[in-house]
Design a protein around this ligand. Structure first.
Ligand code: AMP
Ligand code: MG
Length: 488
């Protein structure tokens, strides 16, 4: 691997050098060969042979520089003060095959000075959810952390009950969170200048030579965050805990805990059962992204030449960037051009889904069964299921809507519409119930289901033989949801 361990050269107040505390009797859970390839890990015999020892914290290769980062954050809208890596360690920074910086971050390997009341561990349940979700989002084409692999162990971890300890080697383009800057502003303001330079040089080098590098960098963070959240909305992803310590400065999805993928469409859906007020409900995500950036940006006023007006200009593109990306994506999901008539149809369609509690993923995909039935037998079945779920009033609404929709489609080259629909409407997302089945088997020491779901989600836009009915069916409207909370 091409190591580029630069964080360890920053001011020592920003981190604590910390070796991992190993897990007992680790065993392989799953390994992502493609990620290993992209990192250059696969070409290193020492790393390949010892990956279980490395991921369990039993062995630290000489080129790794394990450290816990300090950061702070606003959690559920409140200033939370110092947080930091309480159970994760930045193990190494590398350049991948595309010359992109990647962090290797080991989660679940023991106490650090930032552990507060925690035990420094991660349980198997949340490790599998994070492993599969990073993979799912990456393959859906959404900027996200991913993982190299995870291990399971004999270490017991106490949550609501005693659970199995596990560890995950996370790979992300950066682990710098909005909360890093909040920490610096509160605890070491003299470092803001050099830390900002570091963020630009490492993650936004294209702005180094611009007339106003800081403003260009901040605007890029704002725009990337807006696009990431638009991607989430389009795919039906709810992050669940969008605190400022969980948002990356690269606009890449980070920190999977109480996340979920939308099933029956309800914009007010709260996946995280610990989120009693619904702050992080699906429909609130765009506004929360703005809220987070808005508490983050003012810290940069400490820098010379950065004024309140500069920062207002940096934040201003948020809404337009979000809207542009979201609306364009919504039109593509319907196979329509990005224009007013298409958006009108799109919003009527979403209302139909909401009024009838239809499955978000399946319903969009079902439209291929309407637009090009001959080539889409799977989607024709989805369409049949969907229409049987419509209330009698809604049948007429659907007839009327689909006639107007087809009239729009007929004005376009069919191939283009079909291509847009196929590449923007997944067949498979990581439903909570799918992750749960993989977890239940893994709790019994069986990892075949993790592997099957992993392979399924590697090609989410294609119908696959390894799928079963449960992978693509929404729970009945009155079934209790898999309880998902902040506990992990
Ligand atoms: P999260 O909600 O997972 O993003 O975590 C918020 C903060 O709590 C971060 O500083 C974590 O490192 C810390 N944390 C979460 N769980 C644990 C744990 N089991 N032990 C130590 N720190 C933890
Ligand atoms: Mg976090």
């Amino acid at each position: 691997m091409r190591y580029q361990n630069t964080y360890v050269n920053l001011d020592t107040r920003l981190y604590h050098e910390q070796p991992p505390t190993p897990l007992d009797n680790p065993r392989a859970g799953h390994f992502n060969t493609q990620v290993a390839q992209q990192l250059g890990w696969i070409e290193d015999k020492e790393l390949m042979t010892n990956w279980v020892e490395i991921v369990s914290g039993q062995y630290v290769p000489a080129s790794f520089k394990p450290l816990a980062m300090a950061y702070a954050g606003h959690q559920f809208g409140q200033w939370a003060g110092q947080l930091g890596d309480g159970r994760g360690l930045l193990m190494a920074q590398v350049l991948d095959n595309d010359d992109q910086p990647q962090d290797l971050h080991l989660k679940g390997v023991g106490l650090t000075p930032y552990s507060r009341m925690g035990d420094g561990r991660a349980v198997l349940r949340s490790t599998i959810r994070e492993y599969l979700c990073g993979h799912a989002l990456t393959k859906l084409g959404i900027p996200s952390s991913n993982a190299l692999g995870f291990v399971v162990s004999d270490t017991r971890v106490r949550r609501e009950r005693i659970e199995t300890g596990a560890a995950l080697m996370r790979v992300a383009d950066s682990h710098i969170r909005l909360g890093h800057v909040e920490w610096i502003a509160s605890f070491a303001p003299d470092l803001l200048d050099t830390f900002t330079d570091y963020m630009i040089d490492t993650y936004y080098p294209e702005y180094r030579d611009s007339d106003a590098p800081v403003a260009a960098f901040l605007t890029a963070v704002v725009e990337r965050t807006a696009r990431m959240i638009a991607d989430w909305q389009l795919i039906g992803f709810a992050h669940g805990v969008m605190n400022t310590d969980n948002l990356s400065i690269t606009g890449s999805t980070l920190d999977f805990g109480p996340f979920g993928f939308m099933e029956r469409f309800n914009p007010a859906w709260i996946n995280n059962h610990s989120d009693h007020t619904g702050r992080y409900a699906y429909q609130n995500q765009p506004a929360i992204g703005h809220w987070n950036l808005n508490v983050w940006l003012p810290h940069f006023m400490r820098l010379e030449g950065v004024t309140r007006e500069t920062l207002a200009d940096c934040l201003a593109p948020y809404e337009a960037t979000f809207m542009q990306h979201y609306q364009q994506g919504l039109c593509r999901k319907l196979g329509l051009p990005h224009q007013r008539e298409s958006l009108g149809l799109a919003f009527e369609w979403l209302t139909l889904l909401e009024d009838n509690l239809l499955d978000y993923t399946n319903s969009f995909r079902a439209l291929l069964g309407l637009v090009a039935p001959a080539d889409h037998p799977y989607e024709q079945k989805l369409l049949a299921t969907m229409t049987t779920e419509l209330s009698s009033d809604a049948q007429q609404v659907w007839q009327d809507w689909s006639a107007r929709y087809l009239a729009q489609i007929e004005q376009l080259p069919l191939e283009q519409a079909v291509n847009d629909m196929q590449t923007n409407n997944p067949v498979y997302v990581l439903r909570n119930s799918m992750a749960q089945r993989a977890i239940t088997a893994a709790d019994q020491g069986q990892f075949e289901e993790v592997d099957r779901v992993f392979r399924l989600l590697a090609n989410p836009y294609s119908v696959q033989d390894i799928a079963n009915d449960l992978d693509s069916s929404a729970p009945a409207p009155d079934t209790p949801q898999v309880p998902i909370s902040c506990s992990s």
